[in-house]
Design a protein around this ligand. Structure first.
Ligand code: UDP
Length: 237
């Protein structure tokens, strides 16, 4: 696996299939591994957040979660093969895991969301074992940790929001002895509470516009995209 560096953040040059195959190896190894999904917002945040930058750069797998990463990598002459979004990797792993009898645990989202996402995954991928689901607003981490330890999942999908989930996983993975992946708001989508941007917006590179129109309260977060372009194409190291 070779990596491309964008604004100091290492991104693995993998396709969705290659990423899933890599995760399969992590699970077979029986050792904790961290999977992260850097997007422009995370890359911009890492410029002022050394801890997050270190966590991402030393993660076992860092997939390019954003078409802008692919476009920029091409313009810089170090092309990434394709966009691999967190939710697509989650769904691919659920499909692979259904065949292999993997046990998964979902942590994150408002009360009830992870459980609902778990039920939908179970229905869509019979064979997959959803061994636990907990919301992401609990006060006592130790209770959650005990539940995960007891459930012994192969993969822990953690949707606490970018930054928080990577720190949480980095802090707890060794103790939990699992493969952990940060999945942002994926449970909101899988549970049916939020819609994904339609694929045509991705093809036209205007997914950001769709998000701006459907979730205008997030406009400030979208400033990350021009900042990311500036960091990678104008400022350069
Ligand atoms: N979340 C959570 N605990 C928190 C903060 C956020 O479980 O303390 C969840 C929130 O409910 C949502 C997800 O984290 O499901 C963040 O979603 P967003 O679309 O903002 O993802 P991001 O862009 O941060 O990856």
């Amino acid at each position: 696996m070779n990596a491309v560096e964008l604004a100091g953040i290492k991104i693995d040059n993998v396709t969705l299939g290659e990423a899933a195959a890599q995760v399969e190896k992590f699970i077979e190894s029986n050792h904790p591994h961290l999977i992260v999904t850097p997007n422009p917002e995370m890359i911009v945040a890492c410029q002022h957040d050394r801890e997050l930058k270190e966590i991402i750069n030393k993660a076992a797998l860092r997939v390019p979660d954003g078409v802008s990463l692919v476009v920029v990598s091409r313009l810089l002459g170090t092309p990434l093969k394709e966009r691999v979004s967190g939710i697509d990797l989650l769904l691919r792993l659920a499909a692979v895991g259904a065949g292999l009898g993997w046990k998964i645990f979902l942590l994150g989202g408002a009360p009830g969301v992870a459980a609902e996402a778990g039920r939908n995954l179970q229905a869509q991928f019979p064979g997959l074992k959803v061994v636990g689901a907990e919301d992401g607003y609990q006060r006592d981490d130790s209770v959650v940790i005990k539940k995960i330890l007891h459930a012994e999942p192969d993969i822990l999908f953690c949707g606490l929001g970018a930054g928080k989930q990577e720190r949480w996983l980095n802090h707890h993975l060794a103790e939990l002895k699992v493969v952990g992946m940060g999945v942002g708001g994926s449970f909101d989508v899988i549970s049916g509470r939020k819609k994904r941007a339609p694929t045509w917006t991705q093809a036209l590179y205007i997914e950001w516009l769709y998000r701006l129109v459907t979730e205008p309260q997030r406009w400030q977060r979208q400033l990350a995209l021009p900042k990311f372009l500036w960091l990678t194409l104008v400022r350069k190291p």
